[in-house]
Design a protein around this ligand. Structure first.
Ligand SMILES: Nc1ncnc2c1ncn2[C@@H]1O[C@H](COP(=O)(O)OP(=O)(O)OP(=O)(O)O)[C@@H](O)[C@H]1O
Length: 272
């Protein structure tokens, strides 16, 4: 469904206000997300996970410099096609809650997402009500403005917006942050259900445990590099099946893994 080849990205920064330099944030990254599966992207804060999502969606600043190639459903995914497919075939559950329109009630925003996906006004209203109910948002939350919602409620509204788009590729950027365990499981179940319906789901998360609970494949990122892509079943035992020391370290760092970390692991040349 989605194939990324040798993706690189550099963004400008200004060491002096008149001087522009570029910093590389994604480096020769390749991965594929197949229809009917969940592909997780894990890595530390600042690894470039959200930038990867924004690159796929075509949401980069105009002065960004990117390289490499992206294919969606077999055809090249250039900036023009990204714009045309965004909100229809490509959906993003953004990490930032500020993606919600501060002047629109929850139900209206989810309805807009459904309308953009091509539903009739009545169909969009029905789809919005169903999606919001699915995430246990009651009438008060449906009629609330973003500033009247808790962080977890706002995140569920964003998830409902992605759900009503009927997109073939859903990218969920930290969709479970700020959710209680029940709501978190509900969101993860909903993403797994989207995959069962044949959609390609990219789950971006800090939490390897959440990733492994629903993903078939996991890509581990570190400082803009793809360190390793492994099938979820490779994360077992001591992690001996994993190729990179960094992926092994993430696995071994899970609290209920009874491993003591080898203090030397971070010094290994895991990016080689
Ligand atoms: N618009 C931007 N302009 C310049 N640099 C940016 C921009 N957005 C992100 N960055 C930088 O790119 C790097 C990767 O950021 P990104 O948000 O993709 O990380 P992340 O892996 O998603 O982290 P987190 O898990 O904390 O969300 C960071 O160093 C960040 O400062």
């Amino acid at each position: 469904m989605l194939r990324i080849e040798q993706l690189s990205l550099a963004l400008p920064y200004y060491p002096r206000f008149w001087r522009r330099r570029y910093a590389t944030h994604l480096n020769q990254l390749s991965l594929s997300v197949t229809a009917g599966s969940v592909h997780a992207i894990v890595g530390a804060s600042g690894a470039g996970k959200s930038l990867l999502a924004h690159t796929i969606m075509g949401l980069l600043p105009e002065d960004a410099r990117s390289g490499g190639r992206c294919f969606f459903k077999g055809a090249a995914l250039d900036e023009r096609r990204k714009r045309a497919l965004r909100g229809r075939e490509l959906a993003l559950i953004p990490q930032s809650l500020s993606a919600l329109d501060p002047l629109a009630r929850s139900q209206r925003q989810v309805g807009w997402a459904a309308r953009r996906a091509g539903l009739s006004p009545a169909g969009a209203h029905q789809a919005a009500c169903q999606a919001l109910a699915h995430y246990q948002l009651d009438e008060r939350a449906c009629q609330a403005y973003p500033h009247e919602l808790s962080g977890g409620m706002a995140r569920r509204v964003l998830t409902a917006m992605a759900q009503v788009t009927q997109a073939s590729l859903v990218i969920a950027d930290e969709p479970t942050v700020g959710l209680d365990p029940l709501q978190r499981d509900r969101v993860l179940d909903a993403l797994a259900a989207l995959a069962r319906q044949g959609k390609a789901v990219m789950l971006i998360t800090h939490d390897l445990r959440h990733a492994l609970s629903i993903a078939e494949h996991v890509t581990v990122m570190h400082e803009g590099h793809c360190v390793e892509t492994a099938a979820a079943h490779m994360f077992h035992g001591t992690g001996q099946a994993l190729q990179s020391a960094y992926a092994r370290a993430l696995w071994q760092a899970l609290p209920d893994n009874a491993f003591t970390l080898d203090s030397g692991y971070m010094k290994e040349p895991y990016l080689a």
